[in-house]
Design a protein around this ligand. Structure first.
Ligand code: SF4
Length: 366
């Protein structure tokens, strides 16, 4: 970080009057808050289970995508004790399609821990929450503020954007995070900490959007440095993204009548415990021939058909390209060790990650 690229916030004395910001935010929130399935109605106490579940689901995922999953989860498991009694397989199945499956595994582990070790009651401090599986600093702060009104400010992507614009933070992310955290805390009202946080989240989601922020509707517009400079869209400053190296591999889609051959991925690691069709390793620069050599061996299977095109998928750390091969085998052909046949009609019940849904759709032309 070069000294020229950093503009620390102005000293208190030369800042515009800031003490009214928390109040202005709360007043705006009371009129314009988003209605979200997990959010308590005005004046109602938040349910820590719903807050926790939504925060875990919302990591790396949009509000729109999470809505139906949240409804399904609370309909089936109305409290943390019920979720703690569910099997991991059921939770993974219900989660299928939401991505980042380690979250589902941690969600289940956390529900088990709260049910068994805390009598079904979430700890009400950031420290206590952070001791639970899958709850990092941000999620602990969000639950502590929203569910228990602890005076702490969770800083998500929306809040990062609002704060970096409001104070024109010149440091690049992620190095700017501690500074943004400090500045965000100045926007906490003396009471209603959870509402202060949710107000900033909503402001970022609906007004202070990445492109074309609606500054004329913003309750903080008179105090906003980026707006005064006309440089809103240039914040937050970000270091250029390093995209991972492309990995390549092969997927083998084998049918036996109306059944498909699948296996479960190892419990640990990427897509842990999820269902997949047999496939090769996923390696940078892997040649098609090397990937094809890793095809499973089944009695009577000698002919593979290569599907035209490839299936692409982008994981957080790398993009993936899969060549897909298909084959049919005779009725009663046995599945190789560690694999099983499932009816194609019941695939929706399997914990299939999105990349596998794409592979199967490509292979079966559905
Ligand atoms: S004035 Fe505009 S840029 Fe500044 S916080 Fe409000 S919406 Fe964001």
């Amino acid at each position: 970080m070069s000294p020229r690229s950093v503009r620390k916030p102005k000293p208190e004395s030369s800042q515009p009057e800031t003490s009214s910001r928390p109040l202005a935010l709360l007043q705006w929130y009371d009129r314009h808050r988003r209605r979200l399935p997990w959010r308590a109605a005005p004046g109602e106490a938040s349910d820590p289970y719903r807050v926790w579940l939504s925060e875990i689901m919302l990591q790396q995922t949009t509000v729109k995508a999470v809505g139906p999953y949240f409804e399904k989860f609370v309909a089936r498991w109305p409290d943390v004790t019920a979720l703690g009694r569910a099997s991991l397989d059921d939770v993974l199945r219900m989660w299928a399609g939401l991505g980042y499956y380690s979250r589902a595994r941690n969600l289940h582990a956390c529900a088990v821990a709260v049910a068994r070790e805390h009598g079904g009651v979430f700890p009400d401090t950031e420290e206590g929450l952070r001791a639970l599986p899958g709850i990092g600093p941000y999620t602990a702060a969000a639950i502590a503020a929203i569910a228990f009104d602890r005076r702490t400010m969770p800083v998500d992507g929306n809040i990062e954007r609002v704060v970096s614009r409001l104070f024109a933070v010149e440091d690049e992310l992620p190095q700017a995070k501690p500074l943004i955290q400090k500045l965000a805390a100045t926007l906490l009202a003396d009471s209603r900490a959870g509402d202060s946080a949710q107000a900033l989240m909503d402001l970022g989601a609906s007004i202070c959007t990445p492109k074309k922020p609606a500054c004329s509707l913003c309750p903080l517009n008179e105090d906003c440095t980026a707006r005064a400079q006309g440089s809103q869209e240039t914040f937050p400053r970000k270091a250029p993204k390093k995209s991972g190296t492309l990995r390549r591999g092969a997927a083998f889609v084998i049918t036996r009548g109306d059944e498909l051959l699948v296996r479960s991925r190892p419990e640990k690691g990427l897509l842990g415990g999820m269902t997949e069709v047999p496939g090769s390793d996923w390696l940078a620069g892997q040649e098609d021939a090397a990937a094809k050599q890793q095809a499973p061996e089944l009695k009577g299977l000698s002919r593979w058909q290569r599907k035209v095109g490839v299936v692409t998928h982008v994981f957080t750390h790398f993009p993936l390209e899969l060549v897909v091969y298909t084959a049919q085998v005779e009725a009663r052909t046995r599945a190789p060790e560690g694999m099983r046949w499932v009816l194609i009609a019941t695939l929706a019940d399997e914990a299939l990650p999105n990349v596998m849904r794409k592979v199967i759709a490509h292979a079966l032309d559905v």
